[in-house]
Design a protein around this ligand. Structure first.
Ligand SMILES: Nc1ncnc2c1ncn2[C@@H]1O[C@H](COP(=O)(O)OP(=O)(O)OP(=O)(O)O)[C@@H](O)[C@H]1O
Ligand SMILES: [Mg+2]
Ligand SMILES: [Zn+2]
Ligand SMILES: [Zn+2]
Length: 320
């Protein structure tokens, strides 16, 4: 990784601030933003010019024999600046600023799988090729947004990929505003259809109005047709049948209220987004589903360790 080669300080020690990564990620307002670490602000390779002269040797004619010549090459510090700009353009929320693969913890086997699916995607991503995306489904606070953010951050900072993160209700709101300004849906969706890797968070959320369904359908169809990769996270279940409803708890424990909330919980993504979109997702994405009992990381630890079925309702808030 060329960017990392700049990392060690002159005395060979990695920087204590960035750990040798040469950049720092921080919260700025409601966004996660990156900046060059102080240790790497001054580039000793190019002296701040952004490019370097590299000496090459080549043979142009037999008569002249091998000759040395110089070419201008982009310095690693320029690449770093580009990658930081790519990171800033992701639109990651401030709450995901620290998210990476290393600090992701698994409490369930499915979370382990989620992490490896996301990591494999990120590490094996080839620019310009067509990679299969992933969709992670699970209850609140289980690190779905964390994994989307970790993936996009890796792609931007290590490969310079142009990616984008969108929370679906913000997307709908932006498009609605655009309509009011006289823009067409296509005009607003256009740029999002073109980013190399798009992460759509909270898929299935919303009112399910015809406007929302058409917007989503158009966006996914455009990306699908262009062979671009889209990643998703959702609170809705991917299971092909309402299996979750039957298996929640021994039926003796359950009141009518419990069964009602279980039915709501088991709501399927397929029903939320419609057959057309769901069918495309099946083709475009690797599916990962975290079980209902996966602990919510936003809750205090004592509560997390308490047996879930003793908590009121079924131990988890319904939606947000
Ligand atoms: N498995 C995990 N390992 C490390 N941190 C986690 C994990 N799960 C959640 N977190 C942290 O907890 C917070 C909430 O996680 P995150 O936003 O990713 O949850 P989510 O699954 O997207 O929830 P929601 O369904 O409500 O959107 C974040 O700060 C995230 O970094
Ligand atoms: Mg989330
Ligand atoms: Zn540093
Ligand atoms: Zn340089």
């Amino acid at each position: 990784m060329a960017v990392r080669e700049m990392a060690p300080k002159a005395n060979g020690e990695a920087c204590g601030v960035c750990g040798g990564r040469t950049y720092v990620i921080e919260r700025r307002g409601d966004q996660a933003q990156a900046r060059i670490c102080a240790c790497s602000e001054h580039c000793s390779v190019c002296g701040g010019r952004g490019h370097v002269l590299v000496e090459r040797e080549g043979e142009f004619s037999q008569k002249m024999g091998p000759r040395r010549y110089e070419v201008m090459e982009t310095c690693t510090c320029t690449k770093l600046r580009t990658r930081i700009a790519r990171f800033d353009a992701l639109g990651l929320p401030a709450s995901a600023a620290h998210a990476n693969f290393e600090n992701y913890r698994s409490y369930e086997e499915a979370q382990d799988r989620g992490r490896s699916v996301a990591m494999q995607f990120a590490y094996q991503y080839v620019q310009g090729g067509s990679s299969k995306g992933y969709i992670i489904s699970g209850p609140v606070g289980t690190g779905k947004t964390h994994l989307l953010a970790a993936t996009l951050a890796h792609l931007a900072l290590e490969l310079g990929v142009r990616g984008r993160y969108v929370e679906i209700s913000l997307l709908y709101a932006t498009i609605r505003r655009g309509f009011q300004e006289g823009k067409s849906g296509g005009e607003i969706i256009g740029p999002l259809s073109e980013v190399e890797v798009l992460a759509i968070d909270e898929l299935g959320k919303g009112r399910g109005s015809p406007f929302e369904m058409e917007t989503l359908d158009e966006l996914i169809a455009r990306r699908y047709n262009a062979g671009r990769t889209t990643l998703f996270a959702t609170n809705y279940s991917l299971e092909p049948e309402r299996r979750a409803m039957r298996s929640a708890a021994p039926s003796g424990y359950r009141t009518t209220d419990d069964s009602r909330s279980a039915a709501r919980e088991a709501e399927l993504l397929r029903e939320r987004v419609g057959e057309r979109i769901y069918s495309r997702l099946c083709e475009l994405c690797t599916f990962v589903e975290f079980p209902k009992e996966t602990p919510d990381r936003r809750r205090p630890r004592q509560e997390m360790n308490a047996p879930m079925h003793h908590a009121a309702g079924n131990g988890r808030p319904q939606g947000r």
